[in-house]
Ligand binder design. Structure first.
Ligand code: ZN
Ligand code: ZN
Length: 357
């Protein structure tokens, strides 16, 4: 905050708040706001009826519950004092920002991520272990998929998605963030919404799923894994050939994720191989995203991001090839850049599994 000339940090709904104080605000019309002055103690302004959910950390923040008949914007405005520059949580409701701008016409507002994302992007040893625990949990589910223990043939995408969701919770997550199940040509849409299409033998199914595991301190860490399985006896030759390219590209990108390497070089490592095999125009997204308390956060593994990876960066490496009307494929692992080299948190088999169930 000192470096950037910011007087105040204001955090509401979104992942910054639990990251810094262990409390997750309800996404309600009643405002919750952690007010952090640069040179003074922090205060959590919280609806009185939510107080029971707050774990007090008096050494980190004071509490200012507000009653139903009070004006919480006036309370926050007073705590803001003479601040001329305030950084506001990116996911704070715009209505609250409008109210604060009206109450504090002389304050300039900017996104809190200009301050918080660089801090969150570097994970310490404990955070890495929490991410590893979440990653291993989804690896377990991927293993069942790959061994044919999760029935696919005759099931709808939505039914398989619901089953993945149940297993994500059963394996220790507190929240399901997504469970994409895309069969056959539907997999050509990277974020396909699992629907009523039935899975049949003779096609591939792409599964991309993850959740959040919340620790006893109220802070949650995410998992995110993609694997494809071929349903039926023998995979089509064109699919197998493309899969071999993707497999090699994903492994090369993981290997390139060294401390000091610009983030975009990891994207290039995957993209060059996919392009050389003639599938460049079918790889229609960046190679990855950071992961931590949010499923998508800094650093982004994308062309143009010249920021060098630092030890403790955790991110996905997930190249894909999407042939419209035919099929789609993606392989995704979470990887941590460390001084000892890339540390892949997901160990589920990368080969194309062939299942007959
Ligand atoms: Zn994913
Ligand atoms: Zn991802």
């Amino acid at each position: 905050m000192t470096q950037q000339g910011v007087d105040l940090l204001l955090l509401s709904v979104g992942a910054d708040l639990p990251y810094f104080c262990g409390y997750e605000a309800m996404p309600l019309e009643r405002i919750t706001m952690l007010v952090v002055p640069r040179d003074d103690a922090a205060t959590l302004v919280v609806p009185e009826l939510e107080m029971a959910r707050v774990t007090p950390y008096s050494e980190i923040f004071a509490l200012r519950p507000w009653a139903e008949s009070e004006d919480p914007i006036a309370i926050i405005a007073e705590l803001m004092g003479k601040a001329t520059s305030a950084a506001l949580g990116d996911q704070t409701w715009s209505g609250f920002l409008v109210d604060l701008m009206t109450a504090k016409p002389n304050t300039n507002f900017r996104r809190a991520s200009t301050i918080t994302s660089a801090i969150r992007a570097v994970k310490d040893a404990e955070e890495i272990e929490r991410l590893r625990t979440a990653s291993r949990a989804v690896d377990t589910i991927a293993g069942r998929l790959q061994r044919g223990e999760i029935p696919l043939i005759g099931k709808t995408e939505a039914e398989v998605s619901a089953e993945l969701g149940r297993q994500i919770l059963a394996e220790g997550h507190d929240r399901v963030n997504f469970a994409i199940v895309a069969a056959g040509e539907n997999a050509a849409s990277p974020h396909h919404h699992a629907g009523s299409r039935k899975i049949a033998a003779g096609e591939a199914v792409l599964c991309d799923f993850g959740g959040t595991m919340i620790g006893s301190d109220g802070v949650g860490y995410c998992s995110d894994l993609t694997r494809c399985v071929w349903v039926g006896a023998t995979p089509d030759r064109d699919y197998l050939e493309a899969y071999a390219v993707l497999h090699e590209a994903q492994a090369a990108a993981v290997k390139s994720a060294l401390v000091g390497t610009p983030a975009q070089a990891v994207d290039q490592a995957a993209r060059q191989r996919i392009t050389a095999a003639g599938f460049g125009s079918y790889f229609i997204h960046r190679t990855g995203h950071g992961i931590g308390v949010e499923a998508h956060e800094d650093p982004y593994i994308i062309e143009g991001n010249q920021e060098p990876l630092v030890s403790g960066n955790a991110f996905s490496v997930e190249p894909g090839i999407y042939l419209p009307g035919c099929w789609g494929m993606r392989i995704e692992d979470i990887v941590v850049a460390t001084d000892g080299g890339p540390d892949p948190l997901n160990l589920a088999d990368h080969h194309l599994a062939v299942v007959e169930a």
